[in-house]
Design a protein around this ligand. Structure first.
Ligand SMILES: [Fe+2]
Ligand SMILES: [Fe+2]
Length: 246
């Protein structure tokens, strides 16, 4: 990947610079590595998480955790699905297999936290986020694979950025947990983006990123009636801030 600014406006340098850090084991990852990975993630995303979402998350920790468990389970399923469909793509099976295992491990960890908090598992409806991105995925190959990989990169990057945004409003135990997950999600983002770079030319990657980032920003910054891990601006918070202005 070039060290120039990507044509879609994000910096390629951060991702490339953190590649060596990304391949290190979690045990040797330093705080500096994590900061560098997080900087690359923030550089890649089209917008930061709105403060109103963080405020809602601080009040709705149990819903956040229930939906987070769903997200980890779905992330593993997505990786497995790519593994089955695109086993012949160089580098994909190895990365997706490792990613699926890590996501299932995260799922188990969230389940343990829910149990410790005595929160019973219950169905939580999906947010509009993943479906909103998936709607843009092309139906025919080879465009479909590129689009799925870019969706994966955006979802992982947003998860990583949200873990970091949550740290100041969580208690010490949850904060430590999310700090650990943050490093994994930064690496998953890099895995997806590097695979995307390997299956299409730079111009096509950049062109599709513009499309997906525009939708992602819309999903994150517009009012959302439902609070979830990847939801937009909570509609209730928005109404409250508008009342405060009058
Ligand atoms: Fe995860
Ligand atoms: Fe992940």
């Amino acid at each position: 990947m070039s060290s120039q600014k990507r044509p879609d406006g994000s910096g390629g340098q951060g991702v490339a610079a953190t590649r060596s850090a990304a391949t290190r084991s979690g045990a040797t990852r330093t705080r500096f590595d994590i900061e560098q990975g997080l900087a690359a993630v923030r550089d890649f995303l089209p917008c930061p998480t709105p403060e109103a979402w963080v405020a809602a998350a601080a009040r709705e920790i149990d819903v956040l955790l229930l939906d987070h468990a769903n997200c980890e389970r779905k992330a593993a399923a997505t990786a497995m699905s790519l593994l089955f469909r695109y086993e012949r793509v160089t580098g994909l099976p190895e990365r997706m297999s490792r990613l699926a295992r890590e996501e299932l491990r995260h799922y188990e960890q969230v389940l343990a936290i829910l149990a410790a908090r005595r929160v019973a598992l219950r169905p939580v409806s999906a947010s509009r986020y993943a479906g909103g991105l998936r709607d843009l995925v092309r139906s025919s190959e080879p465009g479909r694979l590129l689009d799925l990989l870019l969706c994966g990169a955006l979802v992982e990057a947003r998860s990583c950025e949200r873990f970091a945004a949550l740290l100041p409003v969580l208690g010490p135990k949850l904060s430590r947990f999310y700090q650990r997950l943050l490093a994994s999600e930064a690496r998953h983002f890099e895995d997806y983006l590097e695979l995307a770079d390997s299956v299409a030319c730079a111009a096509e990657v950049a062109q599709r990123l513009v499309v997906f980032k525009e939708r992602e920003a819309e999903l994150i910054t517009t009012p959302d009636p439902q609070f979830r891990f990847h939801s937009g601006v909570p509609a209730r918070e928005r109404a409250r801030s508008l009342r405060g202005r009058t």
